[in-house]
Design a protein around this ligand. Structure first.
Ligand code: GSY
Length: 162
């Protein structure tokens, strides 16, 4: 089993429900266990057209899947949330990106691991730092783009110590 981190975001419809269902589906997937779910952050959109705020979080997995199989799983989650690609960088019910897989680098046209923009975006780094502070330098956090606001925990994933 290998440790992997995914970034999830939603800024259309019932944002918290889309995140909740996606994390639930990951937990029920063959070959993948959800180890931890970060707090939720409400975040100002980075890039794209004028659009509503996102809810973002990061999930830590233990997985037997290859990077390519994990990408297919991410796409299935997005389709399951009824995501329609109307506009590049535009509003979406669910976005699921692979951030990091321990010991793995991939550089292909449709798949890059680590995620090529993960260290530029505060909406990724803030929840990632909650789960894996060793992956996030403080000065990288300081330079990252965007504003993030704590928005509680995903129902069913409160940390044991509250
Ligand atoms: O790349 C993921 C989709 N996305 C987001 C996001 O999830 N959160 C914020 N705050 N801005 C974003 N811009 C894009 S594109």
């Amino acid at each position: 089993m290998t440790r992997a981190f995914l970034s999830l975001g939603s800024n259309l419809g019932d944002r918290r429900k889309y995140l909740q269902e996606a994390v639930g589906s990951l937990g029920a997937s063959m070959g993948t266990a959800v180890v931890a779910v970060s707090p939720v952050y409400e975040t100002d959109p980075v890039g794209g057209p004028d659009q509503g705020r996102f809810l973002n979080l990061v999930v830590e997995l233990d997985t037997d899947l290859t990077a390519r199989q994990l990408l297919a799983a991410c796409h299935r989650l997005e389709s399951g949330a009824g995501r329609v690609r109307l506009e590049r960088w535009g509003p979406r019910t669910l976005d699921v990106d692979i951030l990091w897989i321990d010991g793995t680098t991939v550089a292909e046209p449709d798949l890059e691991v680590p995620h090529p923009r993960m260290f530029e975006r505060l909406f990724v780094l803030a929840p990632l730092a909650d789960l894996a502070p060793e992956l996030v330098d403080a000065d990288v956090m300081d330079r990252a783009q965007g504003q993030v606001h704590p928005a509680g925990h995903l129902e069913g994933w409160e940390p044991a110590d509250g």
